[in-house]
Design a protein around this ligand. Structure first.
Ligand code: COA
Ligand code: AMP
Length: 631
């Protein structure tokens, strides 16, 4: 029997052979002659000289292999009360037709297309239609506001936008039209056309000459064939939060993406082709790209597109209903979803109503999995709960439990061990490896494996500065943690200004830019405070411009509204307080980490460089008015 250590050591001894062999599982138009391309180190590429098509591997090849009748997508939308089952053969027809419509309107290989859609199968079809043509999609999460969409339009300059008329959140229909209209108005770059998928909950009025309805666009067009692309051709750009307000466009290379994701489906998620795999996330996030759309489809699994929430649609038993009804083998979600269920149904009464014998394991990622949640989930489901750690940048697991090779003992609090392809090390500030069990910055020795980002979209300098400059020869993950004597990794905290709210990665820097744009705000700071449900919540400190004597409550209210308008509801920004001053070092650096400690009720060491320690008492008092530290 294969063991994890054998596979990992095998990779380490000969990465080129490991990846060339792994690449055999992909259908190539032209096979790669080599795996790694280090001609431009420290920028690396994989399978550069191959020719391949992503959509062909995700859809057509399964039909050609005689599996056209297998289910590709199960759409289950408790929020609208609908379900739809789409076979691989149906999916091929639908995607080829949509790609035909895009091609007829001039979309070619390399053109960018922004996709702004909720959790409907058409979102996957739009992604795959782009992949079919070699067009580069960029999916934008529906919870972002028009401004965030505009920033992405100006950065990736799409020729087209594919959008739905609305998304549906519990208790409200989110009309997308004002969002994409607003974004197109705000952006300097203007897309040539939009394809709009109309939903009956809110039918959008089309802009003449710009918008075409989804089915009308496909009327009478010839279905499009798969366009072969080079191995390093970008499959997509996905924007993620960094330290500043400008999001980073993570580029996903086509060939590495196919090879690595396909490998993970058996080796990490332990599913065989034909099995049902479900990731309850959103297509707007990396989990949605890798494990709602591409990974399961490439591997010939059935993927579940779930439009709903863990609670309230209609109850805390929704997840169990879906698992049982659709025969889900492996289930992937964020710990926050389990915390929401646990809060609503602590005794797991809903779970008792369903036969979950089909389920083999639960996978958690996106944020730290707290031990209470893991233990609760294990007891409730009676299957192993595997935490795994990865990032938008990598597109797949850096550290996880290789259950399909060998299920390693779970150590609660650790996402287990590094996957083949990743040489994970813990470094001190000088870039030297620390001793076993000691905390440090988590870095990955270059090159990163296939599928990981080769660069940022149109921002090579930023790529080098953000990831490659702190520790030469390594990729800086932005996370801090340690490795124990058994090689198990522990992720403790971010080393930058990124926070994680309900599994959503957000930038406090971006939020500060929004607050600073309020006319009465002279200076501000946003921190992430601990939250029982969402992991972290953003909290803003506002210093007002001299002479402003309006009620503070009004200004706070306006700032909350401004954040919703500029970043979107997903920022979950509801906490802010006015203070006279912010704690700083003598050189003027705001001491955000100390404010986090005060808010979370944790001990801290007074920094020697603090300018005026008395300000901390003012911060303490201000936080107390918001109920922090929470008891
Ligand atoms: N479109 C529009 N608005 C959206 C949205 C979307 N796709 N997704 C979320 N929002 C809105 C919510 O309606 C909410 O608005 P409100 O302030 O009017 O209530 C706001 O954004 C914050 O959303 P969220 O942080 O998700 O909180 P919630 O209270 O709606 O739900 C959970 C809490 C835990 C149930 C929910 O966060 C959840 O299911 N999380 C799973 C996380 C996940 O899948 N992460 C992906 C990474 S793996
Ligand atoms: P994203 O790019 O949105 O997937 O967010 C990536 C970040 O989320 C990581 O850098 C971590 O800070 C955090 N994260 C993701 N998975 C885990 C995990 N299993 N444990 C702890 N933190 C995690």
């Amino acid at each position: 029997m294969m063991s994890y250590s054998k596979v990992y050591e095998g990779w380490k001894a000969d990465p080129e052979a490991f990846w060339m062999e792994t690449a055999e599982a992909i259908d190539w138009v032209e096979k790669p002659s080599r795996a790694l391309n280090d001609d431009n180190a420290p920028l690396y590429e994989w399978f550069t000289d191959a020719k391949v098509n992503g959509c062909y591997n995700a859809v057509d090849r399964h039909v050609e292999a005689g599996n056209g009748d297998r289910l590709a997508i199960i759409y289950d939308s408790p929020i609208t009360g609908t379900q739809e089952k789409i076979t691989f053969a149906d999916l091929q027809t639908r995607v080829a037709s949509l790609a035909g419509a895009l091609a007829a309107k001039g979309i070619e290989k390399g053109d960018r297309v922004i996709i702004y859609m909720p959790m409907v199968p058409q979102a996957l079809e739009a992604m795959l239609a782009c992949a079919r043509l070699g067009a580069v999609h960029s999916v934008v999460f529906g919870g972002f506001a028009a401004h965030e969409l505009a920033v992405r339009i100006d950065d990736c300059k799409p020729k087209a936008i594919i959008a739905a008329s609305c998304g549906i959140e519990p208790g409200r229909v989110v009309d997308y039209k004002p969002l994409y209209d607003g974004a197109i108005e705000q952006s300097k770059h203007k897309p040539e056309f939009c394809i709009i998928f109309q939903r009956e909950e809110a039918v959008a009025e089309l802009v003449e000459g710009r918008d075409v309805e989804w089915y009308a666009a496909q009327d009478g067009v010839a279905p499009a064939d798969c366009v072969p692309v080079e191995g390093n051709h970008p499959a997509y750009v996905l924007y993620t939060s960094g330290t500043t307000g400008a999001p980073k466009g993570v580029v996903r290379p086509t060939a590495g993406h196919l090879v690595a994701l396909n490998w993970t489906m058996k080796n990490i998620y332990n599913v065989d082709p034909g099995d049902v795999f479900w990731a309850a996330s959103d297509v707007g996030w990396v989990v949605g790209h890798s494990y709602i759309c591409y990974g399961p489809l490439i591997h010939g699994n059935t993927t579940v597109v779930f439009e709903g929430k863990p609670i309230g649609t209609p109850d805390a038993g929704t997840f169990w209903r879906l698992i049982s009804e659709h025969n889900v083998r492996s289930f992937f979600t964020a710990p926050t979803a389990f915390r929401a269920i646990k809060r609503e149904d602590p005794k797991g009464e809903f779970r008792k109503k369903y036969d979950l014998s089909c389920l083999r394991a639960l996978y958690l990622a996106g944020e730290r999995a707290d031990p209470d949640t893991i233990v609760w989930a294990q007891d409730l489901l009676g299957v192993p709960v595997y935490d795994h750690w990865w990032q938008t940048e990598t597109g797949w697991t850096i550290a996880g439990n290789p259950a399909g090779i060998e299920a390693l003992p779970v150590k609660i609090g650790s996402p287990t061990v590094a996957m083949p392809g990743y040489d994970v090390q813990i470094l001190d500030e000088g870039g030297n490896p620390v001793a076993v069990g000691e905390l440090g910055a988590i870095a990955i020795k270059l090159p990163l494996p296939p599928a990981t980002l080769p660069n940022l979209w149109n921002a090579e300098e930023r790529f080098k500065k953000s990831y490659l400059s702190t520790f030469p020869g390594y990729y800086e993950t932005g996370d801090a943690g340690m490795i124990d004597e058994d090689g198990y990794l522990y992720i403790m905290a971010r080393t930058d200004d990124v926070i994680n709210v309900a599994g959503h990665r957000l930038s406090t820097g971006a939020m500060e830019e929004v607050l600073a744009s309020h006319p009465d705000v002279a200076e501000c700071a946003v921190i992430g405070v601990a939250d029982d449900l969402k992991g972290q919540l953003p909290l803003g400190f506002l210093c007002l411009t001299k002479g402003v004597n309006r009620p503070h409550a009004d200004i706070v209210k306006e700032c909350v509204a401004l954040m919703r308008d500029q970043i979107g509801p997903v920022a979950a920004f509801k906490l802010a307080v006015v203070v006279d001053r912010l704690p700083k070092t003598r050189s003027g650096k705001i001491l955000r980490a100390i404010m986090v400690k005060i808010a979370d009720g944790q001990d801290f060491k007074m920094p020697a460089t603090i300018d005026d320690p008395a300000i901390l008492d003012e911060i303490r008092e201000a936080l107390a008015t918001l109920g922090y530290p929470a008891s």
